[in-house]
Design a protein around this ligand. Structure first.
Ligand code: SAM
Length: 246
């Protein structure tokens, strides 16, 4: 089974320890997450997320599952689009992140992992996952779960940061996301967790498998019309349509 990145022994001992490390990372960094995100995206995060949802056909009345809902940054934009006739459900393993999300959003939220979704087959028109693909145990089992809970013809949309193909863009991203942002977080947030979150963030981007591998895994998991596009070279959107089971 293909994993997003190799074991990062600078952070945890072996593959079994990764899950607990990531959960603690987000539990402890939850209070700082929205502020970090706003600095990192220079305030454009909500606009970008809303634009990508609309570009991928989300309309009023649809049912959306937002995996790795975190503090709710993507789910909040989905709620605005689907309006009262639709439904947005959030899922995340981190109690700390869910607590932050529940403070400002009143949608159904479930504590759980992408690898084992507590939802019936064919429940959703759109499954979204923002900036969490690097935290999955492996691609095969999560993509199978995403397909299972999607209606036939339903859409999968994964937002992720990826290495840029152009080396100058990659160097600029490295400077911004890998150096400047962790330094700013260190200065602005006395809690150590914000800086650790950003260091781990960058290291997993650097070590992640290429976009072509992720697209191939999506196809192998039964998604059609698979493609990915990159905004500013590094903000990648992976899209696939769930094929009807034969
Ligand atoms: C960077 S945050 C993204 C939050 C939000 N989607 C956004 O767009 O800002 C990553 C989230 O992935 C969650 N996560 C980590 N491992 C996960 C897993 N196995 N299944 C589902 N969510 C997971 C973390 O708890 C965290 O809240």
């Amino acid at each position: 089974m293909t994993q997003p990145h190799p074991v990062l022994t600078g952070y945890y001992g072996d593959a079994r320890e990764r899950e607990a490390f990531v959960r603690d990372l987000f539990d402890n960094g939850a209070a700082d997450y929205d502020r970090i995100n706003s600095i990192m995206s220079l305030g454009s995060g909500a606009w970008y997320r809303r634009r990508v949802l609309r570009n991928n056909g989300l309309v009023a009345g649809q049912r959306v599952l937002d995996i790795a809902v975190g503090t709710g940054l993507l789910a909040r934009e989905a709620v605005r689009i689907v309006q009262a006739d639709g439904l947005v459900v959030g899922l995340d393993p981190s109690f700390g992140m869910l607590q932050q999300a529940r403070a400002s959003l009143t949608l159904p939220m479930v504590q759980g992992r992408a690898e084992a979704l507590p939802f019936a087959d064919g429940s959703f028109d759109l499954v979204t996952m923002g900036y969490a693909l690097r935290h999955m145990a492996n691609f095969g089992s999560v993509f199978a779960e995403f397909r299972r809970v999607l209606k036939p013809g339903g859409r999968l949309l994964i937002l992720e940061i990826a290495r840029a193909e152009n080396r100058f863009v990659q160097a600029a991203a490295m400077l911004w996301l890998g150096r400047i942002i962790p330094a700013v977080c260190g200065l602005m947030m006395p809690r150590r967790q914000g800086r650790l979150l950003m260091r781990y963030y960058w290291d997993t981007i650097e070590e992640c498998v290429p976009a072509k591998t992720i697209e191939a895994e999506l196809r192998a998991s039964g998604f059609g019309d698979v493609h990915s596009t990159a905004s500013l070279g590094v903000f990648r959107e992976y899209v696939g349509v769930s094929r009807a089971r034969g």
